[in-house]
Design a protein around this ligand. Structure first.
Ligand code: AMP
Length: 285
C-alpha cells in the first residue's frame, strides 16, 4: 500500500494503472476509521482492480460551531487498518493541496433538489461542502466506482444525483450500515460519547425499528407517528433534531400511499449529533 499526498502524484499513479487496463474504486473518508469505513474498502476490493481511499477532513462541510478543529485524527492506526483490508493507495492531501484559498472554495456544488431538508435543514452548508469535496475528489481520482455508506443516506443520494446531473463517469454504490451489536450505527463521532451516553445511544436505532414495525403492522398516520416519536426521543435523553418518514427514491415526505419508505433520525446526545435511518418496502396492497 502506498500513501500519496499530492494531486500530481496520485494522478500519475492512476494514469499508469488505467493505462494497464485497471479499474479504479474510490472510498472517501475523513479518517478515524472504524469497521463501517473498512466495509466500504472490502466491498470495493471485490468490485475494482485498484482501491484508493482518501483521508481528508473537509472544512467546507463543517459550520463554524462544529467540530472541524477537534475532529479525531488517527492516521497511523487508519493506515494499518487499510493495509489489512487490502487497500492499494491512500490519498492524504493537505488542506492547502485541496483548497489553495485555505478553508474556502470559489466554486461550490449544490444539489438543490435534495438540500434544505433533513440534515440540509439543520446544517445548511453541510451537503454543499460534501458535494463540492466529492466533486473535486472525483475529478482528481477519476474513479470507475465510488462507494458511500447508507448511514449517510441523504449524502449518498446527493452524490448519486450530482454524478448523474454533472455527467460524471462514475458508478456510485451504496453500502449497508455497519452497527455495533447493540444496534448503534458505527460513527467516528461515537468516540465523543461518555460511558453513560453510550448506554443511551442504541435507543435511536431501537426507536427506528419500532416505528418501522408499527408501519408494517398497518399504522398509516405518518405525521402523527413523527410527532409522537420526537417526544419519545426527547424523553429518552436525546435532543431530537428531526424524525421523518420519507420516500427512499427522492426523499419526499411519505404518505401511506408510498411503498418504498425510509425513516430518518438525527438527535443530539450531549454535544454529539447522531444520525441513523432504516429503509424498507411495504408489500403492494
Ligand atoms: P466519514 O469518514 O464519516 O466521512 O465517512 C466516510 C464514509 O464511510 C461515508 O461514505 C460514510 O457513509 C461511511 N460510513 C460511516 N459510518 C458507516 C457505517 N456505520 N456503516 C457504513 N458506512 C459508514
Amino acid at each position: 500500500m502506498r500513501t500519496i499526498s499530492t494531486v500530481a502524484d496520485i494522478r500519475e499513479v492512476i494514469n499508469t494503472e488505467k493505462q494497464n487496463g485497471k479499474t479504479v474504486g474510490f472510498v472517501a473518508t475523513m479518517g478515524n476509521l472504524h469497521a463501517g469505513h473498512i466495509s466500504l474498502v472490502t466491498q470495493m476490493r471485490e468490485q475494482a482492480d485498484i482501491v484508493i481511499t482518501s483521508i481528508f477532513i473537509n472544512p467546507l462541510q463543517f459550520s463554524p460551531t462544529e467540530d472541524f478543529d477537534s475532529y479525531p485524527k488517527t492516521l497511523d492506526r487508519d493506515l494499518e487498518k487499510l493495509q489489512t483490508a487490502g487497500n492499494d493507495f491512500v490519498f492524504t492531501p493537505s488542506l492547502k493541496e485541496i483548497y489553495p484559498d485555505q478553508k474556502s472554495s470559489k466554486t461550490l456544488v449544490n444539489v438543490a433538489a435534495l438540500d434544505g431538508i433533513l440534515c440540509g435543514k439543520s446544517r445548511p452548508e453541510h451537503l454543499t461542502g460534501v458535494a463540492t469535496i466529492v466533486a473535486k475528489l472525483f475529478n482528481i481520482i477519476t474513479p470507475d466506482y465510488a462507494i458511500f455508506g447508507l448511514k449517510d443516506y441523504q449524502q449518498y443520494m446527493v452524490i448519486k444525483q450530482m454524478a448523474a446531473d454533472l455527467c460524471m463517469p462514475v458508478k456510485v454504490i451504496g453500502a449497508p450500515i455497519i452497527r455495533a451489536e447493540n444496534g448503534l450505527a458505527l460513527s467516528s463521532r461515537n468516540g465523543y460519547l461518555s460511558t453513560a451516553e453510550l448506554e443511551v445511544a442504541p435507543r435511536l436505532n431501537q426507536v427506528l425499528n419500532y416505528v418501522k414495525q408499527t408501519i408494517i403492522d398497518g399504522e398509516t398516520d405518518f405525521r402523527e407517528i413523527e410527532k409522537q416519536t420526537l417526544m419519545i426521543i426527547n424523553e429518552s435523553g436525546f435532543k431530537a433534531d428531526y424524525f421523518e418518514i420519507r420516500t427512499q427514491e427522492n426523499l419526499k415526505v411519505a404518505t401511506n400511499t408510498d411503498h418504498k419508505l425510509a425513516i430518518f433520525v438525527a438527535a443530539y446526545l450531549g454535544k454529539t449529533r447522531l444520525i441513523d435511518n432504516v429503509r424498507f418496502e411495504l408489500d403492494a396492497k
